[in-house]
Design a protein around this ligand. Structure first.
Ligand code: PHE
Length: 450
């Protein structure tokens, strides 16, 4: 037996729904409720939304299917899953680079994700005690102006993430998502209804769905594509790692559609909950990362039971963030522990510590370092977001598509996909082989040379 066959096993998800819940838990998070509305807002609205939806369909779903195929076949972390798939397809083990770049992207994303999620935790208390006396934009500015405050909440959130990942896949992750994700859905629908009666709904609707293509440039494409990868947790191994624990009898293609649809629905609902408030109260749709906090808190201040609904919303949002952050940590932790270098627990502590350190830069980018640009025109947090979401994830995703489309043994693919409608299968093959890699390549090309 060679080394790859002797890696420690992680077990698999217990129950038919656990994979769907865990993958949806990974996909649905700050990307949908914090990221999507503010990126749509700063990129002009409708045109961004349409390009985003196209990216989900043409690039995201085909790559999600590919990641699960590779992950489930091996039952191992993305690095070893790629090695195994490459070995069994008689091709070079260099494909493991996808796993390494994924772990790197995971650490970069987790670093700033935890800072924003920390702000959500903070808002649980703010929403519970807010009397509406302070303007919510000013309130947000007060919160982010204190480095110590941001760092304290960042530390707490990272700590929670590390504890859950230490506990292992079923005990930690599987259990939590079952109850809380559906609750978040219900509360989001409630907020959309609130948006409908707020008076700003019509304007919000046209802002989100009436495209103004004159505002589109190569950056709109790059950022919509980055957002699609980020929101579906693709290109860095999270879905591959979760796929490794997916039971063999579960259907990969239909499961992927379910997860992607739920994720998209949540993002659209978040937009429909937030933008009516923005327009009804004359706030700025392009105010950036504070958008969600400012607009929702404005709404909670006006509502009769705002001091109950508000904290509840931020609790659920924090849980959604937690069910995503654990999937950012999982690929690296799974790798270190299956290789036997360290226990799962020590690996979780090590990687979350690295991400925590890096996160300090993002916390400071709101205050002390606000004038410091790490990449041209972008502060520390925006640079992390840019490097991970707009470069590493699409690049990782493109490599995964090229690998599955052109290099992976067809029999191995067929074994994982099982019996499906041949037209569906053919369409998927066409998208992984041509459409997905070429679209990513084209968007990169335009962003660099366009
Ligand atoms: N999809 C998550 C969100 O939308 C973030 C994430 C990205 C999680 C990449 C895992 C991997 O919040």
């Amino acid at each position: 037996m060679d080394r790859l066959s002797k890696l420690k096993s992680h077990g698999s998800w217990v129950g038919r729904w656990t994979f769907i819940l865990a993958a949806t838990g990974s996909a649905v998070g700050l990307g949908n409720i914090w990221g999507f509305p503010y990126k749509a807002g700063t990129n002009g609205g409708g045109a961004f939304v349409i390009i985003y939806l196209l990216c989900i369909l043409a690039i995201g779903i085909p790559i999600m299917i590919s990641e699960i195929i590779i992950g489930r076949r091996s039952g191992n972390s993305p690095i070893n899953a790629m090695k195994l798939a490459a070995r069994d397809s008689n091709t070079t083990s260099s494909w493991q680079i996808v796993g390494w770049s994924g772990i790197t992207a995971g650490i970069l994303i987790l670093s700033f994700y935890s800072v924003i999620a920390g702000i959500c935790l903070n808002y649980i208390f703010i929403a519970a005690t807010s009397s509406g006396a302070i303007d919510s934009a000013e309130q947000f500015r007060n919160i982010i102006s204190s480095p110590m405050n941001l760092l304290a909440w960042h530390t707490l959130f990272m700590f929670l993430t590390a504890i859950i990942v230490s506990a292992g896949i079923n005990n930690g992750i599987g259990r939590m998502v079952k109850i809380l994700m559906p609750m978040l859905g219900v509360l989001l629908i409630f907020m959309v209804i609130n948006g409908i009666i707020s008076g700003g709904f019509a304007q919000a609707f046209s802002f989100l769905f009436e495209p103004d293509f004159s505002k589109v440039d190569s950056n709109t494409f790059l950022s919509a594509m980055g957002q699609a990868f980020f929101s579906l947790s693709l290109g860095m191994g999270s879905i591959m790692a979760y796929g490794a624990y997916m039971p063999k009898e579960q259907k990969i293609i239909s499961t992927s559609f379910t997860v992607a649809s739920l994720d998209t629905l949540v993002a659209i609902f978040a937009g429909l909950a937030i933008f009516p408030i923005i327009f009804a109260f004359g706030l700025e749709p392009n105010s950036g990362p504070g958008l969600v906090f400012e607009s929702l808190q404005t709404a909670f201040n006006q509502m009769s039971y705002g001091q109950i609904v508000g904290p509840l919303f931020f609790i659920l949002l924090s849980v959604a963030a937690l069910s995503s952050s654990i999937s950012l940590l999982e690929p690296g932790v799974a790798f270190i522990s299956e290789e036997g270098f360290m226990s799962r627990k020590s690996a979780a502590i090590l990687i979350s510590f690295l991400a925590w350190l890096l996160g300090i830069g993002s916390a400071l980018s709101f205050n002390l370092w606000s004038d410091f640009n790490l990449t041209p025109g972008r502060n520390f947090l925006d640079s992390m977001d840019f490097i991970a979401n707009q470069i590493l994830l699409p690049l990782g995703g493109m490599l995964i598509a090229i690998f599955v489309g052109w290099f992976m043994d067809k029999n191995l693919i067929n074994q994982e996909i099982g019996h499906v409608n041949p037209i569906l299968f053919g369409t998927w093959r066409f998208f992984v082989k041509f459409v997905a890699p070429m679209s990513v390549g084209l968007i990169f090309y335009n962003a660099i040379f366009g």
